[in-house]
Design a protein around this ligand. Structure first.
Ligand code: ATP
Ligand code: MG
Length: 416
């Protein structure tokens, strides 16, 4: 039997296969990282050729090599539980959220099959505990429904859903020689998710009892947004002014500068650009707003993303780092980052404390804490667990692939 797992992440996706020769992850060329992004090149955007966007490493390569700007779209998963975004127009055609997600999933499936062979139609697929920042059953149902539709459109068949942190627990369990009560914390690009369960040799090969789950849609992207607010927004016009038609000087509304990745991807609409050009005409510092217009028109948001991500990654390791983007260059301290993201870390902490209270688990009952997901590298996130459980209780590893690996293990236990 071939058991297949699919982790469709806000930032990175992965596909796993468990068969007679063991458990492995799909590779895409020489990479095992598949960014959950879409790229329509300039010709496709102009409608000159039928739109067939690239994703994963192909999208990244073409985006960076292209001379003319196309449309780069990222963090589509963030919209799954929200009715605020339905479609964006590309090549004069509406692309609904399901179309965008299905395109990524179709490309990913094709690339994974090239490496792993046929993947069948019964994947075990991860989903966050909560799709939104405030737990909402309707939003979760909508998120799941849209994901089912996109998976079907992309040829994956009917998914069997599992909470992402539960999958990480199955991955973690593989290395155990004795039973443990483990708390999992999975900190990705879009969501921070928790679960607790007993794992180990006596539980393997059977469906595990989940002692509790919790989650909140606050993670790496929300941290990025704070970095952008602090380092970039003032350079693209935040806090600058324009002259109204009656000659009054007013500040450009701060709401124009939210600059969140999932929104930036679909922000390049005629309305937004018109509004920006209107402000630009009478702006007191037009050169700042011009940077914003360039950012959207020249499709630079993903370049900005990479600049922000690289400074964030460096600050997980070092106490200072250099941020460079366009003509902005600034030294950043880890303590700066920690103060910018404190509200988000606070929301994650409340979710964790709520989770511990609802499960009734005390620090002495939890044997181990397994931290995974790219954002678990951030010291401020990690410290939430060091403070509560002590450094010795913490385990980590395979941050970007543990969920996918666990999904294939669950597929075997469920006979999927
Ligand atoms: N060393 C690091 N320090 C800080 N953040 C990091 C580091 N490495 C990766 N990240 C961040 O981790 C996030 C990606 O992690 P991951 O691949 O686990 O997310 P995901 O599975 O795509 O998202 P989700 O599970 O929320 O849908 C991004 O926000 C990325 O910037
Ligand atoms: Mg994830």
């Amino acid at each position: 039997m071939r058991h297949v797992g699919l982790d469709f992440g806000t930032t990175n996706s992965a596909v796993s296969l468990l068969d007679d020769s063991g458990l492995r992850l799909a590779h895409y060329g020489d990479e095992d990282l598949y960014r959950s992004v879409l790229y329509f090149d300039a010709e496709q955007v102009d409608g000159e050729v039928p739109a067939a966007p690239l994703s994963g490493p192909d999208a990244i390569r073409e985006y960076f090599e292209a001379d003319d700007s196309g449309r780069f779209i990222q963090s589509t998963k963030t919209w799954l539980g929200s009715r605020l975004f339905t479609f964006t127009t590309i090549a004069r055609r509406p692309w609904y959220l399901e179309d965008l997600v299905a395109s990524i999933l179709r490309n990913l499936r094709r690339a994974a099959q090239t490496d792993l062979g046929p993947l069948g139609l019964r994947p075990v697929v991860g989903r966050p505990v909560n799709f939104t920042a405030t737990p909402d059953e309707e939003a979760n149902a909508l998120g799941e429904e849209r994901l089912v539709k996109a998976l079907e459109m992309a040829g994956w068949g009917e998914p069997n859903f599992v909470f992402e942190p539960v999958a990480a627990a199955y991955h973690y369990e593989r290395r155990l020689s004795k039973d443990e009560l483990v708390l999992i914390g999975d900190f990705g690009g879009g969501t921070s998710d928790f679960c607790a369960l007993r794992v180990g040799p006596s539980f393997q090969d059977s469906e595990h009892e989940i002692l509790g789950t919790a989650g909140v849609a606050v993670a790496g992207n929300a941290f990025d947004s704070r970095i952008v607010q602090a380092l970039v927004a003032p350079h693209v016009g935040l806090g600058s002014s324009y002259r109204t038609e009656f000659g009054r000087v007013m500040e450009i509304p701060a709401s124009m500068f939210k600059l969140r990745w999932h929104e930036l991807s679909v922000l390049r609409t005629p309305d937004t650009l018109r509004a920006l050009r209107d402000y630009h005409r009478t702006a007191l510092q037009p050169e700042r707003l011009q940077r914003y217009i360039d950012l959207l028109e020249e499709d630079l948001a993903y370049r900005l993303y990479r600049a922000v991500e690289s400074v964030k990654i460096e600050l997980s390791r070092a106490s200072e780092a250099q941020f460079t983007f366009m003509d902005v260059s600034q030294r950043v301290l880890r303590s700066d980052l920690e103060s910018w993201i404190a509200p988000e870390v606070g929301r994650i902490e409340s979710c964790l404390d709520g989770f511990l209270a609802s499960t009734g688990l005390g620090a002495d009952e939890v044997d181990r804490v397994f931290l995974t997901g790219g954002s678990s590298f951030i010291p401020a996130v990690r410290n939430l667990f060091v403070e509560r459980f002590g450094a010795d209780a913490i385990r980590a590893g395979e941050e970007l692939t543990s969920v996918a690996s666990g999904l294939a293990l669950i597929a075997r236990d469920r006979g999927a």
